[in-house]
Design a protein around this ligand. Structure first.
Ligand code: DLL
Length: 437
């Protein structure tokens, strides 16, 4: 079902007209209310009347995460703190969290775009959704929750963590939908298997998976484990939370951006120059309707491309490709650039390996070296009669994986096959890269 056909199937001309009108309003609102924007627009000689077409979106300067940090906590807000009805924070691990906030109107908009996203995944009023995204400062739990309630879905607010309780509830409630990070879906499913339970028997129909980068190979693993359709869900706190973009369960040919509220652009991550449709670059988003925390040309750091063609599902919203990684997650190992997701995609082509890996980047020698830690597939360990790193089979496997990665990615690296269940399992966002310095 399409939750809001008027918005999601509007013609290109109608959509552009609405976007332009809203863009002018958003620039005016930010410039009037937020000193940071007033000064930035003045310096770049931008005023709302200068926005005559959507191409003029390239005129205002970028907003970056560092601006949010510099203005911590309330500096970028367009309304007094008393007008906020909710605060969340980004899950960034470095330094102070990034604070975001919502007026009552913002929460209404969020519910609406989230309900659209759930419908994209296959949710319908009357369904039950098991929501194992974290509740709290993270936007995942409450974002999905509000959208589900708004749609008339029964939502089970389990939050993240406590895998055994998740399993119990999944078995007892047999939800149509499961919402959590892809790495947590994998962990819950594997824990069930270890207990002699079959995750497929729960009968979950669709998974609303996001908040971290993942690959098609990981999608196949999760789908085989659970027997569900896994749908990619993208969002970020600075823009709203989940609900920014979502694949349709029917075609899964890119994530539909709710572009009547969040206007996407793709720019060159280094120069910041706008890139043409279809080119890969950094996603930049402008909030068209947000009251509390306007965001004009926010540099997401996420790498993707844009497709404005209508989808076969009937929606005409622009689509972004699966996120390849973050511009700042790129590893440069002896002159070769690689994203963790490229390593994941290559690793998961081998059925001798389990989908559990960690990339250890060691900078102690001055130049970075890369060690890939990966667990062997369960069936391998059983065939070996247990795990022993000294066995020739284990050494042989690590050599094969090393050769494959060097061949695929041209990377110089060391592969270590680690004992089963030694890579930390994720109950939220998985940590794929560990830095040693
Ligand atoms: O992760 C919001 C969210 C919650 C999205 C639940 C989807 C589901 P933050 O904690 O602010 O917000 O982190 C945002 O996570 O800039 C991306 O780098 C990454 N990310 C989010 N969704 C995806 C995805 C939430 N589907 C940051 N694929 C973003 C790849 C994703 N990366």
């Amino acid at each position: 079902m399409i939750w809001n056909p008027a918005a999601e199937t509007a013609s290109r001309a109608e959509r552009c007209r609405l976007q332009l009108e809203r863009l002018r309003g958003a620039v005016a609102w930010a410039g009037e209310r937020v000193p940071f924007y007033r000064e930035a627009f003045a310096a770049a000689d931008v005023d709302p009347s200068a926005i005559k077409s959507l191409d003029d979106l390239a005129r205002p300067p970028f907003t970056r995460k560092s601006h949010l940090r510099d203005q911590y906590p309330w500096g970028l807000f367009a309304v007094p703190r008393e007008a906020l009805v909710r605060v969340h924070a980004s899950s960034g691990t470095k330094g102070k969290p990034t604070i975001v906030g919502y007026t009552r109107g913002d929460l209404e908009m969020w519910r609406e775009v989230m309900a659209r996203s759930l419908a994209l995944a296959g949710a319908e009023p009357g369904h039950l959704i098991h929501n194992a995204y974290g509740y709290g400062l993270f936007t995942g739990g409450l974002g999905v929750h509000d959208g589900a309630e708004h749609m008339g879905v029964t939502v089970l607010p389990v939050s993240s963590g406590n895998t055994l309780r998740q399993i119990l509830l999944l078995q007892d409630f047999r939800p149509q939908g499961l919402a959590c990070t892809p790495s947590f879906a994998l962990h819950i499913g594997e824990t069930m298997r270890e207990q002699g339970l079959d995750p497929r028997a729960v009968g979950v129909g669709y998974g609303i998976f996001g908040a971290e980068p993942w690959t098609e190979a990981m999608r196949r693993q999760i789908e085989a484990l659970w027997g569900l359709r896994a749908v990619d869900c993208y969002g970020l706190s600075e823009i709203i939370g989940p609900g920014v973009a979502m694949e349709c369960v029917e075609f899964r040919a890119g994530l539909h951006v709710n572009d009547d509220h969040f206007l996407p652009e793709i720019v060159d991550p280094v120069s910041g120059d706008p890139l043409p449709e279809g080119a890969e670059g950094e996603l930049v988003l402008t909030c068209l309707t947000k009251e509390a925390l306007p965001m004009i040309r926010y540099r997401t750091g996420d790498l993707t491309s844009l497709d404005a063609a209508p989808c076969r599902c009937g929606r005409t919203t622009a689509r972004i490709a699966r996120i390849k990684g973050r511009a700042d997650d790129m590893l440069v190992i002896k002159g070769v650039n690689v994203y963790p997701s490229q390593l994941e995609a290559a690793l998961l082509t081998l059925d001798e390996l389990a989908p559990h890996y960690q990339l250890v980047v060691d900078r102690t020698a001055g130049f970075p070296t890369l060690e890939v830690h990966v667990e062997p597939a369960e069936a391998r360990v059983v065939a070996w009669g247990g795990f022993d790193a000294a066995r020739p089979e284990v050494r042989g496997l690590s050599e094969r994986v090393g050769e494959m990665l060097r061949g695929h990615l041209g990377l110089n690296l060391v592969v270590t096959i680690v004992p089963p269940k030694t890579i930390p399992r994720s109950e939220g966002k998985a940590v794929r890269v560990v830095e040693r310095s």
